[in-house]
Ligand binder design. Structure first.
Ligand code: HEC
Ligand code: HEC
Length: 388
């Protein structure tokens, strides 16, 4: 189904095609949805900020306010981050970019149960969507990073993801004249430092905002934006029987907490201890960060290991009984909201209908037609006209 982005043999490092690339012009304007202020920073415009009815500090319900966003990045920082995000120069063998596993057309996930890194290695978890990551406080399924900058270090230097080393990344970037020129424009520096790379990547990712779905129109007061089936699904989602909104709290549809659910691993794999790894806390064994459900129809398969192929299967998990998939001999401290709602089949269908109303890709960024290294951009594109 998915075209495989073949990576060259690990021993050969792809050379830039056609010699040094021209220095691209960086954007002077903010991405859609952001306004440029006098400090040359981009700030989000959203009705979640403009409507007093959507600024409640309390938790739960459609009136809950938006969490703090990483913003104020300059248009140039954001655009440089975009080029880096799509550039396979960042990996050891120059075949894998961030975008290889976070494909714009797949909700910034990759359509796989578990991602595939350098040399075809299968990594242990599924790639999460990057929509709205600028509004999150912790990153990775086990919540082990607390900033986007800290997060970026993970894939860049993991042997099974991009396989790079800090020294080689710095050498490659400083050996690419177009990047030297761009970093000089943006950071007023002669030598590219990795902190600047992490910052630019964070700036770009923070611009991936999805808050204009039909559900958001509903939250604004346009009740007819949802179909009757979706409205019914929303009411089930919020009900104290289903309890979905206790963890998948609007407006991001995550409360950003770690929760132990006891979801099953793929056939043949042992339990992923999840947040117990970084925290060392046995009560977090098998615990994962509550994922946002925004653009969820675009990011199948589901859960940390992609165990469920469809949204219907993922939703049905909650109906199958508390702890039904916990491996024998494991004692997990399951979250108290994981219970046995005994929803009817049609209620599960309505939940799936409602989740379909959380889709909005209106601010999808343009995929660069060329990146400063001159290497091919490893992204599946629906049409050439989307590139610029
Ligand atoms: C080989 C595939 C792969 C590549 C390449 C990759 N990622 Fe990821 N990304 C993943 C996987 C898998 C996870 C989840 C890992 C985990 O939770 O342990 C993840 C997690 C993330 C997260 C956390 C999202 C959240 O909600 O917690 C961010 C942000 C992210 N990646 C950004 C990047 C950036 C930036 C790059 C490039 C520097 C990159 N990724 C490269 C596969 C990849
Ligand atoms: C106790 C908190 C909690 C409750 C209640 C809860 N969820 Fe979740 N949800 C999570 C966590 C944590 C995950 C990730 C689990 C994993 O990967 O093993 C998740 C994953 C999901 C996913 C897959 C997301 C993805 O990106 O792969 C869907 C869909 C989902 N939940 C829907 C629901 C629905 C519908 C309900 C109500 C019936 C619900 N959830 C109730 C915490 C919760």
């Amino acid at each position: 189904m998915l075209p495989v982005l073949s990576s060259a043999a690990a021993t050969t490092v792809a050379a830039p095609a056609g010699g040094p690339a021209a220095v691209p012009e960086l954007a002077q304007h903010c991405p859609p949805g952001f306004e440029l202020r006098a400090d040359n920073g981009c700030y989000l415009r959203s009705f979640y900020r403009d409507l007093p009815s959507l600024q409640n500090a309390g938790v739960g319900g459609p009136q809950t306010g938006l969490p703090a966003l990483r913003e104020g990045f300059s248009p140039q920082q954001i655009d440089l981050g975009r080029l880096l995000f799509f550039d396979p120069l960042l990996s050891a063998d120059h075949t894998i970019a961030c975008a290889s596993c976070h494909q714009p057309h797949l909700g910034f996930a990759d359509g796989r149960g578990r991602s595939v890194g350098i040399g075809g290695q299968v990594v242990s978890r599924s790639a999460p969507s990057l929509w709205n990551v600028g509004l999150l406080k912790r990153f990775f399924w086990d919540g082990r990073a607390t900033s986007l900058e800290q997060q970026a270090v993970g894939p860049l230097f993991a042997a099974d993801e991009m396989g790079n080393s800090p020294a080689r990344l710095q050498t490659d970037l400083n050996g690419t004249p177009a990047y030297v020129a761009l970093f000089r424009q943006v950071f007023d520096t002669d030598t590219i430092a990795l902190e600047q790379v992490y910052l630019a990547l964070a700036a770009f990712q923070s611009s991936l905002i999805s808050l204009n779905s039909r559900y958001d129109l509903y939250a604004q007061g346009f009740e007819e934006a949802l179909t009757p089936a979706e409205t019914e699904g929303m009411n089930i989602f919020r009900s104290f029987v289903a309890r979905c909104a206790e963890c998948h709290t609007p407006p991001l549809f995550t409360n950003q907490q770690i929760a132990v659910l006891g979801t099953p691993e793929p056939e043949g794999l042992t339990l992923d201890i999840g947040a117990e790894g970084p925290s060392g806390d046995p009560s977090q064994r098998g615990g994962f960060k509550v994922p946002s459900l925004r653009n969820i129809t675009l990011t199948a398969p589901y859960m940390h290991s992609g165990r469920f192929a469809t949204l219907r299967e993922a939703v049905e998990f909650y109906n199958k009984g508390r702890g039904h998939a916990v491996p024998e001999g494991e004692k997990l401290s399951l979250h108290w909201h994981i219970w046995e709602p005994q929803l009817e089949a049609r209620e599960l269908d309505r939940l799936v209908d409602f989740l379909g109303a959380l889709t909005d890709e209106g601010f999808k960024p343009a995929i660069p037609a060329a990146v400063p290294s001159g290497l091919p951009v490893p992204v599946l594109s629906h049409s050439k006209s989307e590139q610029q």
